[in-house]
Design a binder for this molecule. Sequence first.
Ligand SMILES: C[S@@+](CC[C@H](N)C(=O)[O-])C[C@H]1O[C@@H](n2cnc3c(N)ncnc32)[C@H](O)[C@@H]1O
Length: 229
Amino acid sequence: MDISNEFNTWQSGYTDKVLRWVPHYQELLGSVLESLASDFTPSHILDLGCGNGNGTDLLMRRFPEAAFTLVDASEEMLEACRERFHGRPNAIRYVQGMFQEIELEEESADLTIAVLAFHHLEREEKQALFPSLRSWLRPGGRLAYADLFASKRSAAYLDEVLIPWERYAKSRGTEDQEWDGLMDHHAKYDFPDTYADTLAWLESAGFQNCRIALQKGPWGMVEGVRGGG
Ligand SMILES: C[S@@+](CC[C@H](N)C(=O)[O-])C[C@H]1O[C@@H](n2cnc3c(N)ncnc32)[C@H](O)[C@@H]1O
């Protein structure tokens, strides 16, 4: 199954699932807002891998006049967003497509968020995407990228990621069979990379002031700014 169909099947009950399955989900979402300066007022926000719109929803409430572009591979997720945001005052554009293939306007966004989205890209795909991410931002525009930051190739992955993750998910009522399904998904569709690699790739793509803004073990948010040129 490709990633769009995989997430089509996740759409029903998505928020309930992600709250039970993903450690610190609400903090990860909240971090994309909390890191913004109080006088930062974006006029165009990109949500890459918007899912059912949880990140967009938070941002719309804070920035009711901003325009949004929501991108996702999954048509079902985008449809859930269309229903959820019907009647909101914001101008909203929906783009169905893969990050690896979409073409967005250069220098068009003031803020790009990506929450739990880019770990679905392999390391080479992340490195190839990051220059485009920078090009879609206006000078001074910000990237807030919340995700799992760890490498499956690390000897510590079991102890530092999988064991605490399972403990968290099961403490929130995730049944054994559901956990096994989630780990099948993790094996097939998740390719997380470390904070250090991610920050280095963002810097080589031309982002400035790259830093970890939230760190809860391997779950966190990194941010960067598009400089002047
Ligand atoms: C785990 S969900 C996160 C959704 C949302 N950002 C949230 O915080 O709940 C990942 C989303 O990214 C989308 N996605 C994954 N890989 C993608 C790709 N290569 N191109 C476009 N969308 C992708 C999936 O369809 C899914 O909706």
